[in-house]
Write a protein that binds this ligand. Structure first.
Ligand code: NAD
Length: 263
């Protein structure tokens, strides 16, 4: 343990897989107490068990990010167990496929509910505890899909754009309480969500239909650093934003994307 998050009570939504799981393991290794929240309790429990196995402290929480009651229960569970909340990483998300004209209304509504409403509800639930603790750090998982257009992810991109605006709102509204709020915009990291997106689209995007492995390889060549990301690439920034090293950073929007949005 290196202790960059020692003494901090943290919670990560969508901690059962992919980017959330990698961040949870890093937070635990940096000395944080980690609430691992996920809609699939078994996966949250597996992440919490792995944190405990590496000598950290964690607890698993079942949460549907889109539920106000679940978010409030999550915050209560953390304050009951550990007395405070210092860090929220609102990361839970689902894949979505469809252009402006083809995405279904049901899919649009669920994507908005999990991603955008979920980020709002998580902040809403933890901010009182952060205020009581004298401050905190909220990290919202956006995407480079909020910064540049990609064909075939209309609802997802719109939700992520909303998350960036929500991030700036929270940064301004709660700065006087010492609560910071920043957004992370990952480029492509081959997780379950990305694989599902590619498989449902039939390739890299709606115009270039190809098998999954070929689509991944083709995508990597589009990145100036000539590779896709790893979950750890994103977790490194999350640790920094969760820690006091970023004490004078709020309202920021940070691509972690191998240069994609600089090109
Ligand atoms: N992987 C990428 O390339 C990439 C890029 C940009 C942004 N993101 C974002 O990162 C976040 C994590 O995605 P990932 O790639 O790690 O995907 P993933 O599928 O590996 O993990 C997502 C996790 O969220 C959980 N989850 C799904 N719906 C939930 C809900 N309603 N409530 C609580 N938990 C729920 C899943 O069970 C899963 O454990 C998402 O917000 C995604 O949009 C991912």
């Amino acid at each position: 343990m290196t202790g960059r998050l020692a003494g901090k009570v943290t919670v990560i939504t969508g901690a059962g897989s992919g980017l959330g799981r990698a961040a949870a393991l890093r937070f635990g290794a940096e000395g944080a107490q980690v609430g691992c929240a996920d809609i699939v309790l078994d996966k949250a429990e597996a992440t919490a068990a792995d944190i405990a196995a590496q000598g950290g402290q964690a607890l698993a929480i079942q949460l549907d990010a889109a539920s106000m009651a679940d978010n409030e229960r999550m915050a209560n569970t953390l304050t009951t167990a550990w007395g405070r909340i210092d860090v929220l990483y609102a990361n839970a998300g689902i894949a979505s496929v469809g252009s402006v004209t083809t995405v279904s209304e049901d899919e649009w509504d669920r994507v908005m509910a999990v991603h955008l409403k979920g980020a709002w509800l998580a902040s809403r639930a933890v901010i009182p505890a952060m205020e009581a603790a004298g401050g905190g750090s909220i990290i919202n998982q956006a995407s480079i899909g909020a910064l540049v257009g990609f064909s075939g992810i209309a609802a997802y991109a719109a939700a992520k754009g909303g998350i960036i605006s929500l991030t700036r709102q929270a940064a301004i509204e709660y700065a006087h309480l010492g609560i910071r709020c920043n957004a992370v915009c990952p480029g492509t990291v081959p997780t379950e969500l990305v694989k599902e997106t590619y498989e449902r689209r039939g390739g890299l995007d709606l115009r270039n239909r190809m098998p999954l492995e070929q689509a991944m390889a083709a995508n990597a060549t589009r990145y100036p650093l000539k590779r896709l990301g790893t979950a750890e690439d994103i977790a490194h920034l999350a640790v920094f934003l969760a820690s006091d090293e970023s004490a004078w950073i709020t309202g920021g929007v940070f691509p972690v994307d191998g240069g994609y949005t600089a090109a």
